[in-house]
Design a protein around this ligand. Structure first.
Ligand SMILES: [Zn+2]
Length: 317
């Protein structure tokens, strides 16, 4: 007859989905608690990377997001094999994320204002931009032009997808040509750079919003330290790749903690979108953009005690 112990055996291991160790402060964080704080460490403020779905849920009016082109699927045009064949890599990422590729786009509302949005997912092959991601960014921009509603892009990407080679590099030109048409149509474009926004995504649409927002401490850069230092022939300060550095150099307009991001974007939409009652006088006149628009924005935002007077010159790349 087996011996029955009066107590349960000690658990040396816990289910991995219960706790997360914060890379910022090494604190063990209870996942349910972390979800309540939008996956920001309550101890040190570290912003964890989140999926495109979670990002959309955090930002838009509840239930307003209607996804478009969810079944757009990448193809292995080059027969690319690195450590794994590209189709195998895609399938693993699709199973892990439930997405067909590293971005979701669709129409939604924020503060009851309609927007066209595209959100990238770092969990899908590093949020890399191949032909599908580029196409989704482009379609989000085209819908914004067609509907005359603001474009919101949330970037989270390691850059171009090397498995698609030149096709991936061509997305830089494709996305930028759409962004240029968005600007020519005087449709507002808000870009949100989250950790990380690097490579071809930083080098194309991510840094050229009418307003560029970033999450605190987000890694933002084009190339790695060694390449960057080699290109300009001098060592870079260790903090150069963080959002705060880009803000102090005018590429980022505002650093916004995740908990305030939705409200911040809604406030910006209030400045950028004319009221729907058809009164045209509150819309910026064509000759006044972008200079006086940004000045007005700076003035209005600095009244909350957070503004930076130097931002008026920045933001439009
Ligand atoms: Zn922490």
């Amino acid at each position: 007859m087996p011996v029955r112990l009066p107590f349960r055996p000690r658990r040396d291991t816990y289910p991995p989905d219960l706790w997360t160790k914060c890379p910022g402060c090494a604190e063990m964080l209870f996942n349910k608690q972390l979800d309540k704080t939008l996956r920001v460490c309550p101890n040190c403020g570290h912003h964890f990377r989140i999926s495109a779905k979670a990002r959309i849920e955090q930002l838009v009016d509840g239930g307003s997001f209607v996804e478009r082109d969810a079944d757009l699927t990448p193809v292995d045009a080059l027969g690319f094999v690195d450590l794994k064949a590209y189709p195998d890599r895609l399938m693993a990422a699709q199973l892990a994320t439930g997405l067909r590729d590293a971005a979701m786009w669709g129409l939604a509302a924020m503060g009851s204002k309609p927007i066209s949005m595209c959100v990238m997912d770092f969990g899908f092959i590093g949020g890399s931009m191949g032909s599908v991601v580029g196409e989704k960014v482009a379609r989000a921009g085209e819908a914004a032009i067609a509907e005359r509603i603001p474009l919101l892009i949330v970037s989270s990407s390691g850059g171009a997808r090397m498995q698609e080679g030149t096709y991936s590099l061509m997305q830089l030109a494709k996305t930028m040509s759409v962004v240029e048409r968005v600007k020519a149509a005087r449709v507002p474009f808000i870009s949100v750079m989250t950790d990380p926004t690097t490579g071809g995504v930083f080098a194309s649409f991510a840094a050229v919003g009418d307003v560029n927002l970033a999450e605190p401490n987000a890694l933002i850069r084009f190339a790695g330290d060694r390449v960057s230092a080699g290109t300009i022939g001098e060592e870079l300060p260790p903090e150069y790749a963080l959002a705060e550095f880009w803000m102090s150099h005018g590429f980022v307009d505002r650093i916004v903690p995740r908990a305030k991001l939705r409200d911040e974007i809604i406030t910006l939409l209030g400045f950028l979108v004319a009221p729907s009652n058809g009164h045209a006088e509150s819309a910026p006149s064509p000759t006044s953009r972008p200079r006086s628009f940004l000045n007005a924005l700076t003035g209005a935002l600095s009244s909350d005690g957070n503004g930076d007077q130097n931002r008026g010159e920045a933001g439009n790349g």
